[in-house]
Design a protein around this ligand. Structure first.
Ligand SMILES: Cc1cc2nc3c(=O)[nH]c(=O)nc-3n(C[C@H](O)[C@H](O)[C@H](O)COP(=O)(O)OP(=O)(O)OC[C@H]3O[C@@H](n4cnc5c(N)ncnc54)[C@H](O)[C@@H]3O)c2cc1C
Length: 429
């Protein structure tokens, strides 16, 4: 019997998991490599950061997800480069040979070299960052409770969310609900009027990819909920207790949350070839690396251009590209050439908090309560396991009915008591 083709997939995100599912039972042997042992459902990360959901409700063990896929093995390792000539993936453990390689290592936070940002700002790109942000918000309230100086207290309780895209909008709305609905009751000695949430956006509107009507609806809703939306304001520096704007204004803030940009993950830098937006890897229309038809790059890592525009770094392109690559591998095994990829845009949506969301699906536009219901329904369906769907639904309902955020814990992660005293706040609880 001829040996089966060896397919190595790097990254168990939305693209990687879709791909290995599509190749389940096909005449290939797959190895799925990820530096983490879990997959993250990113659309709900902001709910971890705002103390609504627990990490286990947005992250799932990779081995559990792929258990039914018999022609797959999982290896936890950091991919560090590719020996294209030798057809070997290089990792921090040992190299892995491949006949087909699919790179889908996603993106990471882009600080654009802005002074002080990488050192002091909080990101919202992965589970560790979401937990660190949750801890920071809770810690700032604890500190404020001890602070007699009103100016310092106001600084501690001012949160600047930079970036008015879906993540910035969703987190600002959720933070406002956490503070007004829950922390205001937890901290009776802290005046709610001392807290400020600033949403800082360089463009003249929020939610760039949406239609003007929906952008304006999101801005009005956030403003009504106490978020100060600062448009046409660009950040040029940040520190522990301030953020500085390009026009010279300096705002005293206790926490800067940066949601204003992503770039391709570090693996992209280790590969040759042209680059797209944010250092993404330029690929052929077939999603193959130029000059290397056996290597594909997809998802947030890849610059896939259609109609002169690079596709957005979103889940639908990542998943559609993955299905296309599965078909291409199948075709290659039958001796047929790969076909160009065509993206079918399913629309987009964002939530602003309780009873408020925006959605664009084809020619249809939704805002307010209908937009919110659509967002909830769509994301509930997408959640990976049935157990998690149920738990998330219960948490959402609990929060909706009782204005309660169950996971307001500041936990320190340490193996020994001596470490516990020295350790920073928990990465996981
Ligand atoms: C807070 C947030 C909210 C979002 N909300 C939405 C939304 O509502 N709708 C939407 O469409 N999109 C949303 N996105 C964007 C969406 O998450 C990405 O477009 C999508 O995850 C891209 O899929 P991917 O498979 O390319 O990368 P990812 O899903 O990021 O997966 C990459 C995987 O590669 C692994 N990895 C990275 N580097 C290495 C390495 N060197 N070696 C080994 N493994 C590695 C990572 O651990 C990860 O498992 C959101 C993103 C964020 C950060």
């Amino acid at each position: 019997m001829p040996s089966r083709a060896r397919v190595v997939v790097v990254g168990a995100g939305f693209a990687g998991l879709t791909l290995v599912r599509a190749l389940r039972g096909k005449p290939v042997e797959m190895t799925l490599v990820d530096r983490r042992n879990y997959h993250t459902f990113t659309p709900l990360l902001y709910q971890v950061a705002s103390a609504l959901l627990d990490p286990s409700e947005v992250a799932h063990p990779i081995r559990g997800i792929v258990r039914p896929i018999r022609n797959l093995e999982v290896r936890m390792a950091e991919a560090t480069g590719v020996d294209l000539a030798g057809r070997r993936l290089l990792t921090d453990v040992e190299p892995i040979d491949y006949e087909f390689l699919v790179l889908c290592t996603g993106s990471t936070t882009n600080y654009f070299g802005i002074r002080g940002l990488a050192e002091t700002a909080f990101g919202l790109k992965d589970l560790e960052q979401a937990l660190a942000l949750r801890n920071q918000v809770l810690r700032r309230f604890e500190e404020a409770a001890w602070t007699a100086d009103p100016e310092r207290r106001r600084m501690l309780l001012t949160f600047a969310v930079v970036g008015g895209g879906p993540t910035g909008v969703e987190f600002s709305g959720a933070l406002s609900e956490l503070i007004r609905g829950v922390l205001a009751k937890d901290f009776p000695s802290v005046y709610i009027r001392d807290t400020r949430i600033l949403l800082v956006e360089a463009a003249g509107h929020l939610l760039g990819p949406f239609t003007p009507l929906l952008r304006e609806s999101a801005r009005r809703t956030l403003t009504r909920r106490g978020v100060e939306v600062l448009l046409e304001k660009q950040v040029r520096a940040a520190g522990e207790d301030y953020v500085e704007l390009v026009d010279g204004e300096r705002l005293a803030v206790g926490t800067v949350i940066w949601t204003a940009g992503v770039r391709a993950g570090d693996l992209a830098a280790a590969l040759p070839g042209d680059r797209g937006r944010g250092g993404t890897l330029k690929v052929e229309s077939t999603l193959q690396l130029p000059g290397h038809p056996e290597v594909f790059a997809i998802g947030d890592l890849a610059a896939v251009v259609q109609g002169g525009q690079q596709l957005p770094q979103l889940i639908p392109p990542a998943m559609q590209e993955a299905r296309h690559v599965a078909r291409s591998i199948h075709r290659a095994l039958a001796g047929e050439p790969a076909e160009p990829f065509r993206y079918a845009d399913p629309g987009m949506m964002a939530t602003i908090g309780r009873n408020a969301g925006v959605a664009e699906i084809g020619p249809l536009r939704f805002s307010g309560f209908p937009g919110w219901i659509l967002w909830l329904g769509f994301h509930l369906i997408q959640i990976v396991t049935f157990r998690t769907k149920l738990v998330v639904l219960v948490n959402w309902a609990w929060n909706y009915l009782f204005y309660d955020r169950p996971v307001r814990l500041l936990v320190r992660a340490a193996a020994h008591e001596s470490q516990a005293r020295a350790a920073p706040d928990a990465q996981l609880d």
